[in-house]
Design a binder for this molecule. Structure first.
Ligand code: BJW
Ligand code: ZN
Length: 253
């Protein structure tokens, strides 16, 4: 199918949809300047996954992991949502305005969907801004515009190490969040997977749930994913370019 036809087809699906569910990943924030994980230029070219994204890596070298995430928190000050985030917020506004339901499950921890105006956001892998103490559970929240220059390593209350509220490999996703996302994928009539390699579970399983529940499915991604051949419309391109083009093909509401 030609690109134009795929975009029209995605727009038609969304125009008649009552319930829409979306899964996003690092690709949607790439055009905001946030690096993705896998592939050339990805964050895991210079940091090993097992060192920075597992509880074992954290136990082995907590200060290194804290410093690595602190650097990512610091960078968020200069990061703004892009037209891909904005398009998803606009789709939510339109669906909700006509009495429909919308849920956006994101694997990203950068909060950019909130900054773009999305409301029903399910943060599957947590948030970069929220941290907690591994000893007493004391909570710390960073204001992205006011992050200390140097990392805070220890809890101000008990002195144990703090860590970001993010989900590492081998850790469970927040149960209420993944359940709500699975319900949305199961019950939607249109499902969009945007900017994710769709290889990390259980998040990637949401695409499987949507496909097997009979939703009409759309993928927008630069590279093919394991689901490119299972979705109804697979669009190869940048989310910041394709998603606004889809909206442009939807009638004003
Ligand atoms: C663009 C673009 C542009 C670029 N426009 N596109 C079933 C089968 C096999 C294994 C498992 C399974 N179930 C569970 C597992 C194990 C494991 C897993 O999935 N392993 C696989 C890798 C094989 N999963 C887990 O361990 C999960 N936990 C779990 O299952 O717990 C069970 C449990 C239950 C009860 C008690 C205890 C345990 C947890 C997974 C956590 C993942 N965490 C990370 C780090 C988060 C913090 C951080 O940000 O640092 O999450 S890993 C990393 O990958 C991060 C991401 O959210 C996640 C997904 O990556 P994403 O977003 O897709 O990014 P990329 O870089 O991979 O892809 C970007 C894409 O965008 C590319 O395709 C580009 O082409 C594209 N792109 N620019 C459009 N402009
Ligand atoms: Zn503490």
């Amino acid at each position: 199918m030609a690109l134009k036809k795929k975009i029209t087809s995605a727009a038609d699906m969304l125009t008649s949809a009552e319930k829409v569910a979306v899964l996003t990943g690092a690709g949607i924030s790439a055009e905001s300047g946030v690096p993705t994980f896998r592939g050339p230029g990805g964050m895991w070219e210079d940091a090993k996954i097992e060192d920075v994204a597992t509880p074992q890596g954290f136990s082995k070298n907590p200060r290194m992991v804290i410093a690595w995430y602190h650097k990512r928190v610091r960078r968020m000050k200069d990061v703004r949502p892009n037209p891909g985030h904005e398009a998803l917020a606009e789709i939510e506004r339109r669906i909700v305005a006509r009495g429909g339901e919308f849920a956006l499950a994101t694997q990203n921890i950068d909060a950019l969907h909130y900054s773009a105006g999305s409301k029903n956001v399910l943060e599957l892998h947590g948030s970069l801004a929220r941290w907690h103490c591994t000893g007493c559970g004391h909570r710390i929240e960073f204001d992205p515009d006011n992050v200390p220059e140097e990392p805070i390593y220890q809890c101000p209350r008990c002195g144990r190490y703090i860590r970001p509220d993010v989900v590492w490999f081998g850790e469970a996703l927040p149960q209420d969040v993944i359940s709500a996302a699975a319900d949305a994928a199961r019950n939607c009539d249109v499902f969009i997977s945007a900017g994710t390699s769709a290889v990390v579970y259980p998040a990637a399983g949401l695409v499987e749930i949507a496909v097997s529940s009979g939703a009409r499915t759309i993928e927008v991604n630069l590279d093919p994913t394991p689901f490119t051949n299972s979705v109804d419309v697979a669009i190869s391109g940048k989310t910041g370019e394709i998603l606004p083009q889809i909206i442009a093909q939807m009638p004003e509401e």
